[in-house]
Design a protein around this ligand. Sequence first.
Ligand SMILES: [Zn+2]
Ligand SMILES: [Zn+2]
Length: 217
Amino acid sequence: MGDSSTAALIEGFCLGPFATNCYIVRDGNGTCWIVDASFEPQAMIRRVQELGDTPSAIILTHAHADHIAGLAEVKAAFPEAPILIHEAEASFLTNPVLNLSAGYGEPMTAPEADRLLKGGETLELGDSSWKVLHTPGHSPGGITLYCEAAKQALVGDTLFAGSIGRYDFPTSDGPTLFKSIQEQLYVLPDDVTAYPGHGPTTTIGREKRTNPFVRGE
Ligand SMILES: [Zn+2]
Ligand SMILES: [Zn+2]
């Protein structure tokens, strides 16, 4: 039995031309998740193999190209691991316009999802429980994975240290993004560590106090 208050072991990998953070989330007992799969995912794949962990899921915070470009390679390395994504972005995986790769002049598609999320689910990784929070705005199916016991949240491109996700893409929506941050993220305890899709980790409390784009109450 693990101690439920112990934080999961999270290893970040800054991958590809957009410096996208992808994460290995480990339960410490031989199982892990892979969260997001950017360009050039080899170092992350090698690390999982070196750890000897078995990925029980590949979870996508959202389906922009810089978070799914390495999905085929990751899935090929770990074919037993199901791909999970919010249902609002299931079609993004196979649509280069929606996943923004067409706009960058390198149209690409990725493997289809094995399981669709709606938000509100609880996913188990070993002894730890992670809540799926639907945090749209940067993209319609953006999710945050939140472990209350470990005080850790993987927030994708919704919130960054000192910044927030872009909301100028065709499928983005600014007011929806602000609402997600205020009503889903800033209600979490101040000492929750946030692991964003780009840039350094931060805490919910620090962003509530100092984020220049969305300030907490
Ligand atoms: Zn994005
Ligand atoms: Zn991104």
